[in-house]
Design a binder for this molecule. Structure first.
Ligand code: NAD
Length: 425
């Protein structure tokens, strides 16, 4: 099976950083902030670029590029995922770190925004190679991470095993166990119940609330989900369990479509056995562009940035786009969707369930006291719905989109932290 590039719109007009900066400019204009504050909010506080040499299993040494960007740490430690992908570069990591800043502020967790990345395709590497790479990367960036400085989590191409290696490397070098340096860890070393599904649950909570505001019941709609990884697969499962029809899903290899709805539990088994949704029985093949244009009620992009752009936005037929991925819609794509009356539940709100339960995991690790799954699920739902309600209320009051309202709330909270702390010296 050949794998196309994971990120078709890395640079230029639709690049993640251009999108993130355009969104910030729009929020600044609504808020009426001056150029100095705009510049502070637009610029990463701290960046680390590291060379990550990896000894391959065959003895060769290959050098990879690694990054950690702390976009803002005014409201608390940096927080953000670690991405392994061949297309990762500093600009993408800067954009992802900025989105983390606004996201943490929108759901009011006491963090700033950060993100990490290593330019590597994890699929072409053994577990032993990925472990060596992760440990070297962690060691290189260890001066700037830690429970009070910057806390890592999984993202594209990394998982709870990666977080265990990060936590172990950081702890061994300090001489004692420090679980709160990462979230999304395995349960046995201080991970939280409910973390693996938290992002997807949040997507479904906010989708349900947005549809209810329009008098529509999530149980009665058709959906399509792009991306079938940690976020997309659970989102499809929860949508199916809710009673919604999941008409199509895709991954980087292709997609599958069934007009009457996919048998999602059987599809999950197929993916566990084959590694892809492709060739699932009782479904027709569909490519990623056609999936975005499918005639469904709700579209959930849960893969990579920039997929709904000036071209594809014109083809979207869904009434709602609920952004499981970070930055799936470019600024021009967003404008076109709005023009066509498509309601977008923005990434910094819709996919914030992951960082909410990451926060719960960090709190539990700091207290060394573990909550029940019921407590976590209840608190997650409460935090997601109250955040959604604040965003929706502002959008209604000001006559702006949910994206602008979420950005205004997030950017304002960060700006207030700057202003109240004052400028040193
Ligand atoms: P993942 O690596 O587990 O899954 C990514 C999925 O997207 C895979 O199914 C992959 O095949 C697919 N994909 C990759 N390139 C594609 C392409 N060009 N077209 C279609 N599908 C493609 O990653 P994940 O953790 O599920 O993250 C997905 C998105 O959600 C990312 O934007 C990530 O930043 C965002 N996100 C993740 C979390 C989390 O908790 N994991 C939280 C918030 C946001």
């Amino acid at each position: 099976m050949s794998a196309p590039s994971t990120n078709p719109a890395q640079h230029g007009i639709g690049s993640p950083l251009v999108t993130a900066q355009a969104q910030l400019s729009e929020a600044i204009e609504i808020l009426g902030y001056d150029e100095g504050l705009h510049q502070m909010l637009a610029t990463p506080r701290r960046e680390m670029h590291v060379a990550v040499p990896l000894r391959r299993d065959d003895g060769r040494v290959v050098l990879h590029s690694g990054f950690r960007v702390q976009h803002n740490i005014s409201r608390g430690p940096g927080k953000g995922g670690l991405r392994y992908a061949p297309t990762v570069d500093i600009e993408e990591v800067r954009a992802l770190a900025m989105w983390m800043t606004w996201k943490c502020a929108v759901v009011d967790v006491p963090y700033g925004g950060a993100k990490g990345g290593v330019t590597i395709d994890p699929r072409g590497h053994s577990a032993a190679e990925l472990e060596r790479l992760t440990r070297r990367y962690t060691s290189e960036i260890s001066p700037i991470i830690g429970p009070e400085r910057d806390i890592m989590a999984p993202d594209i191409g990394t998982d709870e095993r990666t977080m265990a290696w990060v936590m172990d490397t950081f702890s061994v070098n300090r001489g004692y166990t420090i679980p709160a340096v990462t979230t999304g860890k395995p349960l046995t070393i201080g991970g939280s119940l409910g973390r693996t599904t938290a992002t997807s649950r949040g997507v479904v909570h906010t989708a349900r609330a947005a549809l209810a505001d329009a008098g529509t019941d999530l149980r009665e709609v058709s959906t399509a989900v792009q991306g079938f990884g940690k976020v997309g697969s659970h989102a499809a499962r929860f949508l199916h369990e809710t009673g919604a029809r999941v008409n199509a899903v895709s991954d980087q290899y292709g997609g599958v479509h069934a007009p009457d709805g996919l048998d999602v539990p059987a599809l999950l088994e197929h993916v566990a056995a084959t590694g892809s949704v492709v060739d699932f029985a009782d479904a027709d093949p569909i490519d990623n562009a056609d999936l975005l244009a499918l005639d469904v009620d709700v579209l959930v992009p849960a893969a990579v940035e920039g997929v709904i752009d000036a071209e594809t936005a014109r083809t979207v037929k869904a009434r709602w786009v609920v952004e499981g991925a970070n930055g799936p819609t470019t600024a021009e794509g967003d404008r076109l969707l709005a023009e066509r009356g498509v309601q977008v539940v923005p990434d910094i709100l819709a996919n914030a369930g992951g960082v909410v339960v990451s926060y719960f995991e960090w709190v539990q690790a700091n207290q060394a006291y573990w909550w029940t799954e019921h407590e976590i699920e209840e608190r997650l739902e409460h935090r997601m719905l109250s955040s959604y309600r604040s965003v929706a209320a502002l959008a209604r009051a000001e006559g702006i989109s949910l994206r602008d309202a979420a950005l205004v709330i997030g950017v304002r909270r960060v700006a207030e932290a700057h202003l109240v702390r004052g400028l040193y010296p």
